[in-house]
Design a binder for this molecule. Structure first.
Ligand SMILES: [Zn+2]
Length: 295
């Protein structure tokens, strides 16, 4: 015969508190509640719900070997479970940390990118380069073309007036092939705009078509166009003619003051959206995992 206490509890017989004891008699187990020296018999273990009686389970009294093994097994399970839970918690925290990192980087990028885009576009618009050439007489004209990409050109004269004529690029090419001018062609970056001095005698047939009376002229030149500039009236000799260019943005790149910023912002948001979604998923996933591990 063996007896073991499984904890404190309220006695269903007398209502007092006592130690809930299970006695083994002849291979059967019976439940008692012990109040000091008084034992109250409750009934066979299989017919009693000890959980209804128990208040505070304890393992202070010696337990049966099989039970001890069971409890030990459960303890092992508990340890394994808590270890697993710790691993899950660490994974959950890593997920949240990685998600937060990606989120912060993405937010940082979304703040920085517009400035980068703005800087890039501003620098590409504002880099104006050019050159000036001395004009001694009115026998020279300047053929301007931009075969690589369209470019905006600003032409300015100093104490001189010029006329202009826009021609197709193929006309410009035939003029270039025919010209007697030995003067070098000048390339102006960043558009690779080209300015070639030619002799007015090379373009006799076109001289009647020149028009205007400019000291300053701006034009957007496409790759299939060319511009002839002829300083026809010099107030001082020599004087100078200057050519400036800036890279021209094409298509959607065109900096239209009001539409440019939202456009680039939406592009940035679209490009960052996958990362945002990934970051948020990681954080939510990690949080759910963490909560699950705490259950
Ligand atoms: Zn009792």
């Amino acid at each position: 015969m063996s007896a073991r206490s499984i904890g404190r509890g309220r006695c269903p017989k007398c209502g007092r508190e006592g130690s809930v004891v299970i006695k083994m008699v002849g291979g059967k187990e019976y439940v008692y509640v012990k109040h000091g020296r008084t034992w109250h018999y409750i009934g066979p273990l299989e017919k009693i719900d000890v959980n209804e009686i128990l208040r505070e389970p304890t393992t202070t009294l010696p337990l049966k070997e099989t039970e001890t093994l069971n409890i030990h097994g459960e303890k092992m399970n508990e340890e394994t479970k808590s270890l697993n839970k710790t691993v899950v918690e660490v994974i959950a925290l890593i997920l949240v940390a990685v998600g937060t990192g990606i989120l912060l980087l993405t937010i940082f990028a979304s703040i920085i990118l517009p400035y980068l885009v703005a800087f890039w576009s501003v620098s590409s618009v504002n880099i104006a380069t050019g050159f000036s050439t001395m004009i001694e007489d009115t026998t020279k004209a300047y053929l301007i073309y931009s075969p690589i990409r369209s470019a905006s050109i600003s032409i300015q004269s100093d104490n001189a007036y010029f006329k202009i004529l826009a021609v197709p690029l193929y006309t410009a090419m035939s003029i270039l092939n025919a010209t007697q001018s030995q003067e070098l062609e000048t390339h102006i970056s960043p558009s690779d705009l080209r300015v070639k001095p030619i002799k007015t005698s090379d373009i006799q047939g076109l001289m009647q078509s020149f028009f205007g009376n400019y000291t300053s002229y701006d034009i957007q030149l496409d790759t299939n166009q060319a511009l002839l500039v002829w300083p026809y009236k010099l107030q001082t000799k020599p004087t100078s003619l200057s050519f400036y260019t800036s890279r021209s943005l094409t298509g959607s790149e065109q900096p239209q003051p009001n539409s440019f910023q939202p456009l680039s912002m939406s592009i940035i948001l679209i490009s960052l959206a996958p990362r945002l979604i990934l970051a948020v998923s990681l954080i939510i996933g990690g949080y759910l995992l963490y909560r699950w591990s705490k259950k």
